[in-house]
Structures are given as C-alpha cells and as structure tokens.
Design a protein around this ligand. Structure first.
Ligand SMILES: Cc1cc2nc3c(=O)[nH]c(=O)nc-3n(C[C@H](O)[C@H](O)[C@H](O)COP(=O)(O)O)c2cc1C
Length: 214
C-alpha cells in the first residue's frame, strides 16, 4: 500500500487521522455559585498525563457551540481561572445526548445542569460540583494554564481526589471498562463528530518475550 503525505495546509485532514479519544465532562462553579458542565475530548486535547503525580490536561479552545469566540471565553475556562478548581467526570454511553447538549453555547446565567436534567453533587475536596450521572470523578486543583500559542489553552489539573461508583470499583479490568461505558469522540469542529463505545477486547498484554539484558 502506498503511503500518502497529507497536506498540512488543511489541519483538519491531519487531525482526522487521529483515533477517537475519550470524552469527559468538566464540571465547575462560578464565583457567584452557578454550576456548569461541558464536554471535552482530544478533539482539542484531553489527556491523563501522569499516574504519579496524577495530572490531567484539558485543552480549551475558542469554539463554543457553533460560534468561534476565541480562546479564553468558555464558561468552563473562566470558572477554572476564577476558582482554581474543576472536576473531570467520565460520562457513560447512556449520556451521549446530554454530552451533545452540554456542549452547546449557553449564556452565563443558563444552568446546563437544570436545563438538561443533570445532577450536581458535592465533591470531596473541591467546591466545583461533580456530575452524579457519571460513574467516575477526578477532582482537580488548577496547577497552571499554558497558552502555548496554539488554538487552545492547556489547563493542567492536579488530581486531589478520585471518586467512583461502587459497582465500578468492584469489577476487574475488562469488566471495569464495561461498567464505566466510556464514550470516544472522533471528529472535529462544532456540530460534527461521531461517538464510539469502547469496542471489543482483542488481546492481552504479555511481556514474557522481553529479551534478557546482560
Ligand atoms: C464531544 C465533544 C467534545 C468536545 N471537546 C472539546 C475540547 O476538547 N476542547 C474544547 O475547547 N471544546 C470541546 N468541545 C466544545 C465545548 O464543550 C463547548 O465549547 C461548550 O460550549 C463549552 O461550554 P462552556 O462555555 O459551558 O464551558 C467539545 C464538545 C463536544 C460535544
């Protein structure tokens, strides 16, 4: 099969070759106590960067809903900047419609929890609420915001508490994923993109063939 060089003049062509990435709900609260929730994924960068210390990066860009407002305008971003806290929640397959709805551009006084039937619950270590309908929650304190000069601000969160539904905790690896039912996003740009489930188990890692070192 011939290898074809992609024209980077159209960055979407390059981006669309990147595999689907997990979707999270970032929940925050404003200084005047309005809770907020919005979906993020590697669409514009989302990553669990390190296991110890536990650090999560969320890339927050300039699109909100169908509009391009410029970086630094999303309510999630403004709340994190104002309060220094956020929660990264993992939505399950049942929530995909609400994932789309919470990604819409809404005015500051619009409460997405109320409007879309989601439940804010108290978090353990941060004032930002967690989203009850998700099964896993990573409570984060803002470490830094990196404006690397691209179309997103990279928001680094130090994980200060991890909370999960009991039924997820009791399960072993594969079953844990089946219980969490994470959703993966493939697509870029407002109003576009596909949602995928975790798919089927196709193998197990076996490092027994590691060559010996002298
Ligand atoms: C599946 C999905 C993934 C998204 N991923 C990102 C992302 O990684 N970065 C980003 O800036 N916006 C992303 N968005 C768009 C935001 O959710 C959207 O701009 C939202 O309006 C922000 O809400 P807020 O103003 O309440 O923070 C995504 C939207 C959806 C539906």
């Amino acid at each position: 099969m011939a290898k074809v060089k992609i024209n980077q003049q159209n960055p979407y062509d390059a981006h669309m070759l990147w595999p689907p990435s997990p979707i999270v709900w970032v929940s925050t609260v404003s200084k005047d106590r309005m809770p907020n929730v919005a979906p993020f994924s590697l669409n514009e960068f989302f990553s669990y960067v390190s296991t110890y210390p536990q650090v999560i990066i969320v890339g927050m860009g300039g699109h909100t809903g169908m509009k391009v407002k410029g970086k630094g305008t999303k309510k999630s971003f403004l709340n994190i900047k104002a309060t220094g806290e956020f929660v990264v929640n993992i939505p399950s397959e049942e929530s995909i419609e609400k994932v789309t709805l919470t990604g819409l551009d809404t005015p500051p006084e619009f409460n997405k929890f109320e409007a879309y039937g989601l439940t804010p619950i108290p978090s353990k270590k941060v004032k930002a609420p967690s989203v009850k309908e998700a099964k896993v929650h990573y409570e984060c304190q803002l470490m830094k915001i990196d404006d690397y000069g691209g179309q997103t601000d990279l928001v680094f969160g130090k994980v200060v508490a991890v909370v999960a539904d009991e039924d997820v905790l009791s399960k072993k690896l594969e079953k844990k994923v089946r219980a969490i039912k994470p959703v993966y996003y493939y697509g870029i740009g407002p109003g576009k993109g596909l949602y995928f489930s975790a798919g089927k188990l196709i193998g197990k890692r076996d490092d027994s063939k590691n060559p010996p070192h002298s």
